[in-house]
Ligand binder design. Structure first.
Ligand SMILES: CCCCCCCCCCCCC[C@H](O)CC(=O)SCCNC(=O)CCNC(=O)[C@H](O)C(C)(C)COP(=O)(O)OP(=O)(O)OC[C@H]1O[C@@H](n2cnc3c(N)ncnc32)[C@H](O)[C@@H]1OP(=O)(O)O
Ligand code: NAD
Length: 300
């Protein structure tokens, strides 16, 4: 039997210990929901400051969930937090994990390096998955020795509220790993949809052109950003307008996605650079998480 077959035959399909790398908007949300649904969770980031911010955000979000649970709320928060640990060590992150979900910056080289480090530190049975929005999943895992244990788990922001999980079968993802990812999605109380490793998967393939059209409409001076957002909320029933949504996603992440797709598809005018997006990024106005983006979120 070759080493991949041995690894597959030994693989435990039950995911109980979940590690999440990257404790920003997405990683913190994924870790929170995993702990809420009874998993043991390790959350990793580069430094203690990022982890402290993530922990405070998780406690705040759990408080919002707990408010709806009456007397059981405080115990729910306590139990959930007791299942979480926070670390900057990759070895500690990988050591006992059945599944590692990566939610770090949207950069191919940085993600590839992380997965090489994770594979070296994790057990042969551990499933490795990326939450990338826009990069080819198979390319992120390309340097792994065992690419059959690797796939995509694309969550939506805010993770505690959004019901969808896109489960992505990369070129080499084994059937049993794909099934384990789908099963884990259900255990996370998400509705799963399956997709192959195609640009934007399902949601972003449709969402990105919509966001691009919205910003271009505003840049042409055909409508104000406020009116575009009002129009899509009241006319199309969206909970947020497109410019509000871009602020909510993070304009740094939007720029990483757009720049990456422009580089990949230079002849596609839809992905041409957007002046407003570049200017806001240069000014450090990267959306709600920085206090300002298209709109200001600073308390007056
Ligand atoms: C234009 C520029 C162009 C740029 C280029 C394009 C680049 C491409 C960008 C693509 C990005 C892709 C990103 C990614 O891959 C995919 C995504 O994630 S896309 C984002 C998907 N998310 C959405 O669409 C969110 C839409 N918004 C909402 O659903 C709601 O607005 C909201 C966020 C749920 C908030 O609801 P509101 O009613 O607005 O506000 P409230 O504060 O009253 O909240 C209502 C209700 O929800 C509870 N709640 C909200 N947030 C949380 C939380 N984090 N944790 C726990 N609970 C939460 C809150 O307590 C309220 O509960 P209630 O009191 O009502 O019981
Ligand atoms: N923001 C969204 O709406 C959204 C939705 C779905 C998917 N995604 C994807 O999720 C990923 C993360 O996005 P985000 O919005 O949470 O970003 P974010 O900027 O909020 O958080 C990223 C975190 O990763 C940390 N990090 C960077 N490199 C690291 C490393 N080598 N090891 C450990 N931690 C590291 C950063 O310190 C930061 O805390 C990206 O791939 C993005 O495309 C984002």
């Amino acid at each position: 039997m070759n080493s991949r077959l041995i690894a597959n035959s030994l693989r435990s399909l039950k995911v109980q210990n979940v590690s999440v790398v990257g404790s920003g908007l997405m990683g913190a949300g994924i870790a929170q929901v995993a702990a809420q649904t009874g998993h043991n969770v390790v959350l990793n980031d580069l430094n203690e400051a990022a982890l402290g911010k993530a922990q405070a955000g998780i406690e705040k979000s759990l408080g919002r969930v707990a408010k709806k649970m009456g007397d059981e709320g405080p115990k729910f928060v306590e139990d959930t937090m007791s299942r979480m640990t926070f670390t900057t060590s990759i070895e500690e992150t990988a050591a006992n994990a059945d599944l590692v979900v990566e939610a770090i910056v949207e950069n191919l080289g940085i993600k590839q390096k992380l997965f090489s480090d994770l594979e070296a530190a994790a057990s042969a049975q551990c499933i490795l998955a990326t939450n990338t929005s826009s990069l080819p999943v198979s390319a992120i895992g390309a340097n792994l020795k065992d690419t059959s244990r690797f796939g995509g788990l694309h969550f939506f922001n805010p993770v505690p509220m959004m019901k969808l999980l896109e489960v992505i079968k990369a070129n080499d993802t084994s059937d049993e790993v794909f099934q384990a990812m789908l099963d884990w999605g259900k255990a996370m109380n998400k509705t799963t949809v399956k997709c192959i490793d195609t640009p934007g998967f399902i949601v972003n393939r449709l969402l990105v052109p919509y966001l691009m059209e919205a910003i271009r409409l505003v840049e042409r001076g055909h409508a104000t950003k406020e009116d575009v957002d009002i129009a899509m909320k009241l006319g199309a029933g969206h909970p947020m307008g497109p410019l509000q949504l871009a602020d909510y996603v993070g304009l740094d992440t939007c720029k990483f996605i757009l720049d990456g797709w422009h580089q990949e598809y230079p002849n596609e005018p839809l992905f041409n650079p957007v002046d407003t997006l570049n200017k806001l990024n240069e000014e450090g106005k990267i959306g709600m998480k920085s206090g300002e983006g298209f709109y200001s979120y600073k308390k007056k």
